[in-house]
Design a protein around this ligand. Structure first.
Ligand code: SF4
Ligand code: SF4
Length: 87
């Protein structure tokens, strides 16, 4: 299965939660603290490395706060190459 990771711009996030149910891997939570704008921002919690890089979270985010990185398997290299997905 494909693997990936995301980076959430917590200071731009308004805590609308649209990304949370959109994630099939359930690796997006809401922070317990507030960002500078007073919102509980989305946070990426993926201890088991379950993110597939599907980008559904980034597609539904109305503010473009989520950047997705997707691993691309390389035939002759031990480390996969990483590609940033533009949504
Ligand atoms: S890229 Fe897909 S699997 Fe990864 S956090 Fe976003 S919705 Fe979840
Ligand atoms: S969809 Fe975007 S703005 Fe809404 S909680 Fe997720 S990251 Fe924040």
């Amino acid at each position: 299965m494909a693997t990936g990771r995301i980076v959430i711009d917590a200071e731009r996030c308004k805590g609308c939660e649209l990304c949370r149910p959109a994630c099939p891997q359930d690796v997006i939570k809401l922070a317990n603290t507030l960002n500078a704008k007073g919102y509980r921002a989305a946070v990426y919690v993926d201890l088991e490395h379950e993110c597939t890089g599907c980008a559904l979270c980034a597609v539904v985010c109305p503010d473009g706060c989520i950047t997705v990185f997707r691993d691309i398997p390389q035939k002759n290299k031990k480390q996969p190459r990483e590609m940033m997905a533009h949504v």
